[in-house]
Design a protein around this ligand. Structure first.
Ligand code: SAM
Length: 234
C-alpha cells in the first residue's frame, strides 16, 4: 500500500481541517493551544497522529484491515467516520463500541456497511471479541487529567481484554494522553499550568496502558503528542 496515497486521499476528502487555535505541530514545533468562544473544539488536534497511524498501518499490514474502536464519534473528532472511510477505500471492517445509545444511533447514520457500531460497555463487549485486530483505538470513558484514575483503569481493562487478539506489529492508538501540558486545551491561557513541570505526567486515558506496554512488553512507542501510538510486540 502506498502511504502517500493514503495521505493524499484523506487530505483531499475526509481529514478534519487544521485549525491553528488548538495545540498543534508547526514545522515540527509544538505550539500551545488556545480555546476561545471563537474556536471550534476538536476539529483537528488528532489529525496528524490519526493520519500517521493509517499510513503506518497500511505500510506494515495488508488489507483487509480490522479496526476496533472504543467510544464512537458523536459530535467529536469523527474518528469512526475516519476509520470507516479508510476501510471503505482500502478494504476491511470497523467494530466500534459505545455505551450511549444516542451516540450509537448518531454514529450509525454516518457510516457505511463496513462499520458496525455496538451498544455496550466496552470491556464487556471486548471480553467476548474474537477477531484478530490490526488497529485498536481506545477513546471511551472520559478522563479528568488531574484527579481520577478511573478512566486509565478502564482503558487498561479494554486493552487487556483483547491483548491476545493483537498480532506482532498491531497498532494501539490511545486518545487523551497528552505528553505534556502544552497539549491541553487553553494551555496558553491557564496560568495554573505554569506550576506544572514540563514533564508532569497526567492521568489521561492511556496512562496505565503506557506503563504496561513500556515496562512489560517489547512494544515500540511510535508517536506521543495528545494521543499516543504503540506498535505491539509481546
Ligand atoms: C470522547 S467520546 C468518543 C469520541 C470519538 N472517538 C471521536 O473521536 O469522535 C467518548 C465516548 O465513550 C463512550 N463511553 C463512555 N464510557 C464507556 C464505556 N464504559 N463503554 C463504552 N463506551 C463508553 C461515551 O458514550 C462517548 O460516546
Amino acid at each position: 500500500m502506498n502511504s502517500k496515497r493514503i495521505s493524499e486521499f484523506f487530505n483531499a476528502s475526509s481529514a478534519p481541517t487544521s485549525n491553528e487555535s488548538l495545540a498543534h505541530l508547526k514545522d515540527g514545533t509544538l505550539i500551545s493551544g488556545y480555546v476561545g468562544l471563537d474556536v471550534k473544539f476538536y476539529t483537528h488536534i488528532n489529525c496528524p497522529s490519526m493520519l500517521y497511524t493509517l499510513e503506518y498501518l497500511s505500510s506494515k499490514h495488508s488489507s483487509p484491515y480490522n479496526i476496533v474502536e472504543t467510544g464512537c464519534s458523536s459530535w467529536g473528532v469523527s474518528s469512526t467516520l475516519l476509520w470507516d472511510t479508510f476501510v471503505s477505500e482500502f478494504g476491511g471492517t470497523v467494530d466500534s463500541i459505545d455505551i450511549n445509545m444516542q451516540n450509537v444511533e448518531h454514529a450509525r447514520k454516518a457510516v457505511s456497511e463496513n462499520t458496525t457500531i455496538h451498544c455496550s460497555d466496552s470491556v464487556d463487549f471486548l471480553l467476548d471479541y474474537r477477531k484478530p485486530i490490526d488497529l485498536l483505538y481506545l477513546d471511551s470513558f472520559d478522563c479528568d487529567f488531574f484527579r481520577d484514575n478511573g478512566s486509565a483503569d478502564h482503558h487498561l481493562k479494554e486493552f487487556k481484554a483483547v491483548e491476545n487478539l493483537l498480532k506482532e506489529s498491531s497498532l494501539i492508538l490511545i486518545d487523551d494522553t497528552p505528553i505534556n501540558k502544552h497539549w491541553l486545551d487553553n494551555a496558553m491561557q491557564r496560568k495554573d499550568y505554569d506550576y506544572l513541570s514540563e514533564t508532569h505526567v497526567f492521568y489521561g486515558k492511556g496512562n496505565k496502558i503506557y506503563s504496561y506496554l513500556t515496562q512489560q512488553t517489547h512494544s515500540k512507542l511510535l508517536l506521543h503528542t495528545y494521543q499516543c501510538l504503540f506498535e505491539y510486540y509481546p
